[in-house]
Structures are given as C-alpha cells and as structure tokens.
Design a protein around this ligand. Structure first.
Ligand code: NAP
Ligand code: 8YV
Length: 320
C-alpha cells in the first residue's frame, strides 16, 4: 500500500521529521534546490502539510497549489499562521497543539513577570560586568500590592491565574465574554481592565480580531506604574505605541516574549532599561516541544488511519 505523501515546507524539530518519515512519504521542501519545480511535480499527490511559523502563512496560495490536500498539522497552539477558515471552506482540516504547553507557557509568563518587575536580567548583567563593588544594585519595583489583569483567560491564561493565586495578588480578566464560575473580576473592555490593574498580561490568539487590542488608550489606562507582559502574539500590541509609552513614562515597564516582526526587535526596545526581551520561548523547553511535535505527528496519523484528527481547530471541528 502506498504511504500518504506529506509536505514539510520548512525545517521542523528532528523528532517530527523522523516520526513522519517512519510512517509517511515526507517531502522536505526546504532542501529542494528548486522548490517551485519540485512542487509542480509533487503537488497532485500531497495529502498533508506539517508546518510551523518558519513556513510562512499557510493560506489559499498553498491550497490552490495542493489539490489533494486534506490536512494541515500546525506546530503550536496559536494558528494565526494558517488561514483556517479558507481551509475549512475547502474541506481541509487544520490541527494545532493545545493543552500540552499550557503549564510551560504559564511558568515562563510568571518568570517574565518577576524578571521584569525585579530587574533580574539587569541584576545579572550588573554582577557579570563587575559593577557590584562600586555600590548596590538599585531598588526595584515589586509585585507586592499589585493587581494583575489577564487579557485572554483561556487554557494558558487560567494556568497563569492559578499560579498568581499562590503569589497572593488579586486577578482580573478580559475576554469577549464573562465566564461562568470564574472567581476573578471581569471587565468588558481592555481599557476597563487596564484601568483596574497595574500589571496587564496578554495571552489571547493573534490574527485580525485581536490586532492592536492593546493600543495607546489601553497603555494610558494602565498608567505610570503599569507593567505590560506580552506572551500572546506581537500583533496584539501596537508596538510603536508601546515604545512611545515606555519612552514617555506612560507605563513603567514591559516584558515581551513576542514581537510585531519576529525575529526583528526594534533597537529602541533593545536599549530600554526597564524592558525584558525574550526570543519567543514560551513553550521552548525540550520536553514541551517534544510533546507538541508528537501531537503534530499523532494528528496526521489519526487522520490517515481513522479520518478523525485529535485536535482540530474550532473552524474545522465539524468537518467529517
Ligand atoms: P485559548 O484556550 O483558546 O484561549 C484564548 C483566550 O483568548 C480565551 O479566553 C478567549 O476568551 C480570549 N479571546 C479570544 N479572542 C479574543 C478577542 N478578540 N478579544 C478578547 N479576548 C479574546 O488559547 P490558549 O491555548 O490559552 O492560547 C492563547 C494564545 O497564546 C495562542 O493563541 C497563542 O497566540 C499564544 N501562545 C503564545 C506562546 C508563546 O510561546 N509566547 C505559546 C503558546 C501560546 P473569549 O472567547 O471569551 O473571548
Ligand atoms: C511556538 C506558540 O513557539 O504555541 C504557540 O502558539 O507561540 C509557541 O508555542 C510556536 O508555535 C512555534 O512555531
């Protein structure tokens, strides 16, 4: 029996490549000297795509070229890199990797919050640069006495909130709707949430619906002692407005794991003293990336064995 043919447009972790090669005919597009010529020949047979953000956006340009495509297995819980509506309209299933990374991303979020408030990377640089003998490290802001607002109280947002309960700080949240049986205070708009808290954590999906959800008005409402932590997507924050707010003292500090144009980070952010910058590492431990990779593979195997993917995105969960 011939194995289903899977296209991998860009390099993915070795464990995924190995597992897919054991089970499918895998085409590693990034290794092809002439990818367009290769695709012209292989496209009619390709039934699945395995992709991460290095592949760019998977949208109608790809769907038009791959007439036999049945499934796109995306590496990551956020799938703003895939046009899931267009896929669903053509009967193509999109899967993501929910659940297996919630705790890892929540841990990193708390780490980034404390690093930003207490200046942990700055203090580390202070010691390494031999500046301690010249005098003590400056006193820092604190988490004590603050209220934390979460924009996006989903699976990861709730894992962050649970951790914050252990830090004895009040939690509030914003989403499109109030959630029943949630003990935290709900605010119907991002501005209302920002005005009620002095730490704002963004952990919503990216895409058009959340573009610049955190804009100049939200930052102004957060106020001069306010701290923004963005672990969602760079598109969720108006980055020029954030840079202006940090420069002008509209807010106090920011901890950022995601950026508008990754991997490029504006030099203005890189030189700011009260900013902690991470290279999109929310889920990036060996253990969690392996679990995400296994779910990418399991989705493809389940689809071709049973016709039922394990974790289809909501836009595609009614497809047969
Ligand atoms: P989830 O369980 O689907 O939760 C998403 C939350 O966002 C929900 O509570 C939803 O509440 C809210 N939301 C959705 N659209 C909104 C809108 N237009 N305005 C306000 N709130 C909105 O997703 P998750 O698993 O927690 O992941 C969330 C996101 O985190 C991912 O999509 C990804 O972008 C990001 N992420 C980043 C990293 C990293 O490495 N930094 C890692 C993993 C995930 P309502 O439905 O009530 O609005
Ligand atoms: C990954 C993420 O770094 O799951 C997500 O939404 O942002 C991260 O876990 C990313 O998807 C890797 O491509």
């Amino acid at each position: 029996m011939t194995q289903p043919e899977i296209l991998m447009p860009a390099l993915m972790p070795g464990s995924i490549v190995d597992a897919l090669e054991a089970r499918f005919t895998l085409h590693r597009l990034w290794e092809q000297p002439d990818p367009d010529a290769f695709l012209a020949g292989a496209a009619p047979h390709i039934r699945g795509v395995a992709a991460n953000t290095l592949a760019g956006r998977i949208d109608t340009n790809w769907f038009d070229r791959l007439p036999a495509l049945e499934i796109v297995a995306s590496f990551g819980v956020g799938y703003d890199n895939v046009d899931a509506r267009a896929a669903a309209a053509r009967g193509i299933v999109v899967t993501n990797t929910p659940g297996v990374l919630d705790d890892e991303v929540a841990d990193l979020t708390i780490g980034l919050l404390l690093a930003t408030l207490r200046g942990i990377p700055q203090a580390d640089r202070f010691v390494r640069e031999g500046r301690w003998p010249e005098g003590p490290f400056p006193l820092s802001p604190t988490l004590r006495g603050r209220t934390v607002g979460i924009i996006g109280l989903g699976a990861i947002g709730k894992a962050v909130a649970r951790r914050l309960e252990g830090f004895d700080v009040p939690v509030a949240y914003h989403g499109r709707s109030r959630q029943p049986d949630i003990p935290y205070t709900y605010h119907p708009t991002p501005v209302a949430l920002a005005a009620a808290v002095d730490v704002l954590i963004a952990i919503v999906p990216g895409g058009d619906a959340t573009r610049h959800l955190i804009d100049r008005d939200v930052l102004a409402a957060l106020g001069p002692q306010g701290v923004l932590i963005n672990v969602a997507r760079g598109s969720v924050v108006d980055q020029p407005a954030l840079i202006a707010a940090l420069k002008e003292g509209t807010i106090l500090a920011a901890g950022l794991d995601v950026f508008a144009d990754e991997p490029h980070v504006p030099s203005e952010l890189r030189v700011m003293p009260r900013v902690v910058l991470l290279p999109h590492i929310g889920s990036a431990s060996e253990r969690t990336r392996a679990a995400m990779g296994a779910l990418v593979v399991d989705n493809l195997v389940a689809w071709f064995d049973t016709g039922r993917p394990i974790s289809p995105v909501p836009e595609c969960d009614r497809l047969p």
